[in-house]
Design a protein around this ligand. Structure first.
Ligand SMILES: CC(C)(COP(=O)(O)OP(=O)(O)OC[C@H]1O[C@@H](n2cnc3c(N)ncnc32)[C@H](O)[C@@H]1OP(=O)(O)O)[C@@H](O)C(=O)NCCC(=O)NCCS
Length: 173
């Protein structure tokens, strides 16, 4: 069992006891505004989501619960390598916690997997995520229209990529 410890966070594998904490995140309208699925309406949806996270095959993904002061506040990982995914409860936004989690996560995945690049797929309106990823060295590689059908219409995707060399040679660890 891999646990990543940063200055303020603990990244650990999910357990079924995380269902309530993830329901708080995944039912939150603000947190899921640019997520690939609408906000969860039932605890059962969040239970199925956590079960899928726990069952992620090790050769396909690597997923971590992000814990702050002993409480699960979100997740960071790769449901399907090499695509990164992350979400935090809005109460944890604006403190550099997502950045702190992603630095540890990317360090870990590049140290343990033979990946030339890590990729991301972000809604162009999701400025917080774009700022976070571009601040970490991700570069835009493409744009695809109408990739996700949401409650209020179609969303587009900005594709981004971070290559191993950019990460290992960055000046700002
Ligand atoms: C994407 C998401 C994780 C980003 O959260 P975030 O808190 O904005 O991200 P960061 O960790 O980079 O924090 C940056 C903010 O913390 C502030 N900050 C405070 N202390 C900081 C520190 N020590 N280091 C860095 N930033 C710090 C920055 O100034 C910035 O503030 P701002 O939001 O007022 O500009 C969050 O918005 C989220 O969960 N969104 C919903 C899910 C989602 O869209 N996921 C992506 C799908 S592809």
């Amino acid at each position: 069992m891999t646990i990543l410890v940063t200055e303020r966070l603990r990244l650990r594998p999910a357990t079924i006891d995380d269902v309530n904490a993830f329901h708080a995140v995944l039912s939150n309208v603000e947190a899921t505004r640019y997520w690939s699925t609408p906000p969860h309406r039932t605890l059962e949806q969040s239970r199925a989501w956590v079960e899928a996270m726990i069952a992620t095959p090790a050769d396909e993904g690597v997923e971590f619960v992000v814990e702050l002061e002993g409480r699960a506040v979100g997740k960071a990982g790769f449901f399907r390598l090499p695509e990164i995914g992350f979400i935090l409860h809005p109460s944890a936004w604006g403190r550099g916690l997502a950045r702190e989690a992603l630095v540890a996560l990317i360090d870990h995945v590049l140290a343990t997997r033979d990946l030339p690049t890590v990729i991301a797929d972000v809604d162009p309106r999701n400025t917080r995520s774009l700022r976070l990823l571009e601040g970490l060295g991700f570069r835009r590689t493409g744009y695809r229209a109408r990739t996700y059908r949401l409650d209020d219409g179609w969303a587009d995707s900005v594709d981004l990529a971070l290559d191993r060399r950019t990460w290992t040679s960055r000046a700002d660890p």
